[in-house]
Design a protein around this ligand. Sequence first.
Ligand SMILES: *[C@@H]1O[C@H](CO)[C@@H](O)[C@H](O)[C@H]1NC(C)=O
Ligand SMILES: *[C@@H]1O[C@H](CO)[C@@H](O)[C@H](O)[C@H]1NC(C)=O
Ligand SMILES: *[C@@H]1O[C@H](CO)[C@@H](O)[C@H](O)[C@H]1NC(C)=O
Ligand SMILES: *[C@@H]1O[C@H](CO)[C@@H](O)[C@H](O)[C@H]1NC(C)=O
Ligand SMILES: *[C@@H]1O[C@H](CO)[C@@H](O)[C@H](O)[C@H]1NC(C)=O
Length: 700
Amino acid sequence: MFKSTFTGFIAIATSICFLFYSPSQKSFYHSLFISDSLSNNASISNHLYMLTRRPHVAGSEANAEAAVYVLSTLTSYNIKSHITPYYTALTYPVSRSLVLTPPPPEPPINFSLQQEIYENDPYADVADQVLPTFHGYAKSGTAYGPVVYVNYGRVEDYAKLKEIGVNVSSNIALARYGKIYRGDIVENAFAEGAVGVLIFTDRKDYGGVKWFPDDKWMPPSGVQVGSVFNGAGDPTTPGWPSTEDCERLSDDEVEKTGDVPLIPSLPISWADGESIIRSIAGDIASDDWQGGKDSPVYRVGPGPGTVNLTYIGKQVISRIENVIGIIEGAEEPDRFVILGNHRDAWTFGAVDPNSGTACLLEVAERLQKLQKKGWKPRRTIIFCNWDAEEYGLIGSTEWVEENRQMLATKVVAYLNVDTAVAGPGFQAAATPQLDELLIQAAKQVEDPDNSSQTIYDSWISSTNSPEIGRLGGGGSDYAAFVQHIGVPAADITFGGGYPVYHSMYDDFTWMKKFGDPMFQRHAAVASIWGLIALKLADDELLPFNYLPYVLELQKCAEDLKGEVLDISITLVPLFNSINALKKAAIKINDEIKALEGRKGWTFMWKDSQKVRELNDRLMMAERAFTDREGLPGRSWYKHLIYAPSKHNDYGSKSFPGIDDALEKAKSLNTVDSWHSVQHEIWRVSRAITQVSLCLKGELT
Ligand SMILES: *[C@@H]1O[C@H](CO)[C@@H](O)[C@H](O)[C@H]1NC(C)=O
Ligand SMILES: *[C@@H]1O[C@H](CO)[C@@H](O)[C@H](O)[C@H]1NC(C)=O
Ligand SMILES: *[C@@H]1O[C@H](CO)[C@@H](O)[C@H](O)[C@H]1NC(C)=O
Ligand SMILES: *[C@@H]1O[C@H](CO)[C@@H](O)[C@H](O)[C@H]1NC(C)=O
Ligand SMILES: *[C@@H]1O[C@H](CO)[C@@H](O)[C@H](O)[C@H]1NC(C)=O
């Protein structure tokens, strides 16, 4: 929605960050960027159609073709672009078999493990290019045994099984998808002694009465493929880039990292999952472990049904390709604003990730239109189209590892869009100094599902305040930027989860029928994504505010209080460091205010050299949350506030190091283990103190 500068100015006057907003030439271009005249849903739809004609998993010829499409499209928009290849260890399925032997008189079932082509499937002719269903980095081998149903495969699910005397050891774990990362499902099962793992798509969570192509739900034979790798980046090159002739870990060394599974696993459909459930006797599982209303009764086992599961994969050093496009900044070319999205998909990738790729290209096209009208960015804008995200954030991680020093000194912020659209409803996650910027941008862009309000209005309609997630999970390509080198970042999407996720049915037809029939949500993602990038690239003073960060840390520290009650653990250093950070955040905001000036009616900064110096502090403060040593036992994760939690890679916990130490101390309850908790509290406190010093910009 086009908003005049005047109303925009009133609306923002309440937020500190934008008191300093300058109604300049730049803001005219920013309004133009989000106006209907520049937005083009037909072009977005065409990009998506072109990118998803064939399945294009990482390392495939089809994905190299998609890279050429992205490269030539960016080049056609006058953006200087190139491909950065890496040579990474990816795995592909060679053979699979799954046989269920139910109790007699039922005959064995030899599952076909095939996703079925649907009626009038326009992609039927290329369906054989979809990889057989498998788990990336699954252990090759055969596993045989009675089946135990383990619900979502979480630590607490196994605790419940223990309570009722069910032993998973030597059995096959049957888990359902949904609550935690599949790599953690396999790891948790292994920790309980399971010899193999099957993960099914429960129709309670992903199904409906009707299914695709008649409805948006997962068909009975649909399978959620995905990686079970628990690290980030190429497993054979931890911490360094996978260039062509680089050093690599051996298979044994990779296994010792603990990031690849040591027992075989397979993903299966809800139809196959229910067949196996019917073969399991034993106690009836509790209500929250049951399926939907048409499902069989779920019992926990073990057995009497047994399965024989075989998965054989091969590991191939494959060429992957990131496409990088650069619009050089006119005034501060050495400061980078990065927009990133991945291109590789398990199957057709219409939702995940190419809805995002289509939006990336739309942002690029609109910026070309702005350039034709005379706009030039103040800072450098970089487009990154990553490869091999699905295997373990590989393309982005290798690139960050290769360019670490340059990125750590020059990147202002990283803006990720993975899935751009899966349905209605804006969702955002960010490091907290970007909260106000996100809110501001959401107030300027029209809600694609209701033209009489903005994205912000619909965003807050259920909660009354915008809910902004955090980036501690390992869910997408922001991980290396935030968690490894401490770059402020955001991640946005419309719709969140969707039922055909990572299945053969994530195709253009699904998007056109259910995800975004008019491609207006795509256009809205391009608007808000680009607008955030424009403000970061053009505002002379970086639109960062660290006060929301302080509030966030205070909240997390308060939550810790309950956890360490009655123990000789002190949180005083933590609270002290947060108080100091609050003072530093107020001080820098005051310094910013003192720089505001006016020349007649025109806003201007009093001292542009001082502005640049403040910007450096605002940019580098996030880096100070990182620690050279990283988290205990997980040294790649350097950020002490945002990292995945040990047992759930999707979970985004604050203070991951303290959490891990606490969990260990609670189970061991030794003096040493509690001492480690205190040590982790000290480490976080010291990192926060570094952030304060950086923001204050004064030597001690
Ligand atoms: C299962 O079926 C596959 C092909 O459909 C066949 O190759 C395999 O031998 C069968 N396994 C058993 C145990 O029947
Ligand atoms: C579970 O079974 C394994 C052998 O399969 C056995 O070694 C272990 O002691 C059992 N655990 C419990 C708690 O019964
Ligand atoms: C399991 O299947 C594999 C191959 O599919 C076969 O070699 C093996 O004998 C089977 N094991 C059992 C116990 O049936
Ligand atoms: C559209 O937004 C307006 C203004 O917020 C609201 O009154 C109306 O109920 C919304 N319409 C729908 C269909 O949600
Ligand atoms: C673009 O949006 C308009 C409505 O504004 C709609 O009529 C048209 O069908 C859309 N185009 C595509 C390709 O979805």
